[in-house]
Design a protein around this ligand. Structure first.
Ligand code: AMP
Length: 470
């Protein structure tokens, strides 16, 4: 089985820091929300590349002993999310290999849409793969390149790829960071001042990783750009011709942390504006605005500020739902969602509630939450969603289910309202979403809301067949 669509990930890299592995550990810890299934760090000490990865959470995997074995002044780190069935350690990143161009480790965020096709060609020629991740395909292309240097071979490889990737490549003495020509997935650049006027360079999927380590955000790796950091310093080069930008709007809607700057824009600014515009577009007669935490908080604040309706934390989230619980055989109603959320009756009883969440995917969670709020005594529940209906699967690295399972792909807003048992349901319009992320230059991808994909998907019939019902 190929492991597709499930590459929601966080990546991090650091160059020129005496405690590189510790810094990478903190970096991926701050990116943990981007993936909780597995984590890995590779470090390099000029002669070799070390690597440790495991299933689980960053804080559990990287003990002082493990970090002590990751020598060197440069490191890359990765956190990976995958759906059930794909949680094999073989797919955990980074991938460390020895090639004809030396030792290297690679980690990436995104989904390479022609990876299956390339892999099939390579397999037909005798190549052996040990995992099902796109990352391994890139390593094969680097190894097979006629170019002599790693940077040139990587350039060669990247030019054969389609789709979404933000990647970090580590060799014993170099760090290379690259972003796909459309810039689907984010990749921020930062600096840390070290003793003796030296500078340590850092890269991360989101700037919240820089805040934790005390690095300064310097901008983004540009779409189609390759940044090479080595003993001679840092160089930036465009490896691919300019293409239309297609930054993932879902990073601003849901995926990134609100304290991050993503694609050069504070995520919280977008989310609050989504909430404000939602209040203008869909006003409600209500007593309280309640977010679905954590994803709905910033938009709910915007909604409350714009409408003048008081903001109340009427749902409290338990953040410690890491393990799987055995449900008592005497079934508890809506057990799964209750583990995560609990209503505050005192705030909800007898109230007309505007419930704000970022998105409805399958609709099952929303339905349980609406019920929960009503059972806590709310007299009315008006559900407001801070993005348009999700009608199409993502092929660029966000885990969305097949079109079959996307409730808005197959049902009208009123049908969804009835399914989730809300008194009213309204979504933010596409025009308002564009305004909320300040997309006057048309630099974002909205494919999950429009079905219009910014790249040709001709080479991925298999992908389409598996995601679009026939
Ligand atoms: P449901 O409608 O039951 O599928 O659940 C929707 C909820 O899942 C929303 O409240 C989102 O916060 C969350 N969500 C949406 N997209 C994703 C995603 N790609 N990965 C994880 N959670 C998501």
């Amino acid at each position: 089985m190929f492991d597709k669509f499930h590459e929601e990930c966080g990546v991090f890299a650091v160059y020129g820091h005496p405690e590189a592995a510790n810094v990478a550990d903190l970096g991926i810890f701050a990116l943990q929300h981007r993936g909780q299934e597995s984590a890995g760090i590779a470090s390099a000490d000029n002669s070799t590349v070390h690597c440790h990865k495991a299933m689980g959470h960053v804080a559990d995997i990287f003990t002082p002993t493990v970090l002590g074995g990751l020598h060197g002044d440069k490191a890359i780190g990765h956190t990976r999310y995958s759906t059930a069935g794909d949680t094999v350690i073989l797919n955990a990143q980074p991938f460390r290999v020895t090639t004809n161009k030396g030792k290297m480790a690679l980690a990436h965020n995104g989904n390479i849409t022609n990876a299956m096709e390339i892999r099939k060609e390579l397999e037909d020629e005798g190549a052996i793969f040990s995992a099902s991740s796109d990352t391994e395909v890139v390593l094969h292309l680097i190894s097979r390149s006629r170019e002599r240097t790693v940077a040139a071979a990587l350039r060669d490889a990247l030019l054969q790829l389609e789709g979404a990737f933000s990647l970090v490549l580590l060799t014993p003495n170099q760090l290379i960071v690259a972003r796909d020509p459309h810039g689907f997935r984010p990749m921020a650049m930062g600096q840390m001042e070290m003793s003796g006027d030296r500078i340590s360079y850092v890269f991360a999927s989101e700037t919240c990783a820089f805040d934790l380590i005390g690095a300064v955000y310097m901008g983004d790796v540009e779409p189609g750009e390759m940044v090479i950091v080595g003993p001679e310093g840092m160089t930036r080069e465009r490896y691919a011709p300019k293409r239309k930008r297609a930054q993932c709007v879902f990073e601003h809607v849901y995926f990134s942390r609100p304290d991050s700057i993503v694609f050069g824009r504070p995520v919280v600014q977008s989310r609050e504006l989504m909430g404000r515009l939602l209040a203008r577009q869909h006003p409600t007669n209500a007593d309280v605005v309640v977010p679905v935490p954590d994803s709905g908080v910033a938009a709910a604040l915007g909604y409350a500020n714009e409408s003048g309706i008081p903001f109340r934390m009427g749902l409290i989230r338990n953040h410690h739902v890491g393990r799987t619980f055995i449900e008592p055989s005497q079934a508890i109603r809506d057990f799964g969602v209750k583990l995560k959320l609990n209503p505050v009756r005192h705030l909800l009883k007898g109230k007309r509630v505007v419930l704000v969440d970022d998105s409805i995917v399958r609709g099952t969670t929303s339905r349980k939450i609406v019920r929960m709020v009503r059972n806590a005594g709310a007299s009315e529940v008006h559900l407001r969603i801070s993005c348009p209906p999700t009608v199409s699967p993502c092929f660029y690295g966000v885990d969305t289910p097949t079109k079959n399972e996307l409730i808005a792909a197959n049902h009208s807003t009123d049908e969804i309202r009835r399914y989730v048992e809300a008194d009213s349901l309204a979504y933010l319009s596409l025009t308002h979403l564009r305004e909320a992320v300040d997309d006057s230059k048309q630099e974002y991808c909205y494919a999950c809301y429009t079905g219009e994909y910014p790249t040709e998907l001709v080479n991925i019939t298999e992908l389409l067949e598996s995601k679009v019902p026939r």
